[in-house]
Ligand binder design. Structure first.
Ligand SMILES: [Zn+2]
Length: 190
């Protein structure tokens, strides 16, 4: 895994997607319940250029269990809302870092963190999400770590929007649900 520091917002987005696969967000249903779902998660959310060859590696049950651990750690981190704790916990997640380097593409260079060789999948995802969390904390601030504004939702998210006005963990789902409820309430009131 190689994670460009400039792409911290996209990396934080992967952290948001991961925490919101948890059973507590889906009335007890785990959206990352087997290795096939883990494989789909990785190919869907991790850019192929960050993880050359990762899509060829089939995750194991150990990878799944460790990724659940990472998911719990990210949830605790986001819920804490405290800068020191967020930085401490995110730093722990980056333990699989092997080297820091520059990717050179024509005349463009990019800072990136690269995992140590043979790092397990969950450790690679730990580096990815850790870079995302640290980047957002540094560039945007800890107020970007928030709970979903939908009263029916237990999801959380890291707001990487330009204006910082994101309200929902899954805007298409939770935002719509709130809008529909408000619409029905207005209709009842009329
Ligand atoms: Zn939500």
């Amino acid at each position: 895994m190689q994670v460009p520091f400039d792409d911290y917002a996209q990396a934080a987005g992967v952290a948001t997607e991961l925490v919101n696969t948890a059973p507590c967000v889906w009335n007890g249903t785990d959206k990352l319940s087997d290795v096939a779902e883990l494989e789909t998660f990785v190919t869907t959310h991790v850019p192929a250029s960050w993880a050359p060859g990762l899509d060829a590696a089939v995750p194991t049950d150990d990878d799944l269990a460790a990724t659940h651990g990472l998911r719990d750690a990210l949830r605790t981190l986001i819920d804490s809302g405290d800068a020191q704790e967020i930085v401490r916990r995110a730093t722990e997640l980056t333990g699989s870092v092997g080297t820091l380097s520059l990717a050179v593409d024509d005349d463009v260079t990019r800072w990136q963190a690269i995992t140590a060789p043979e790092a397990p999948l969950a450790d690679q995802l730990g580096l990815l999400t850790g870079v995302g969390v640290l980047g957002v904390t540094h560039a945007l601030g800890v107020e970007r770590f928030r709970s979903c504004a939908s009263p029916d939702c237990a999801g959380v998210f890291i707001d990487t929007s330009r204006n910082g006005a994101r309200r929902y963990c899954m805007p298409g789902l939770c935002g719509n649900r709130v809008n529909v409820a408000a619409h029905r309430a207005r209709q009842r009131a009329q």
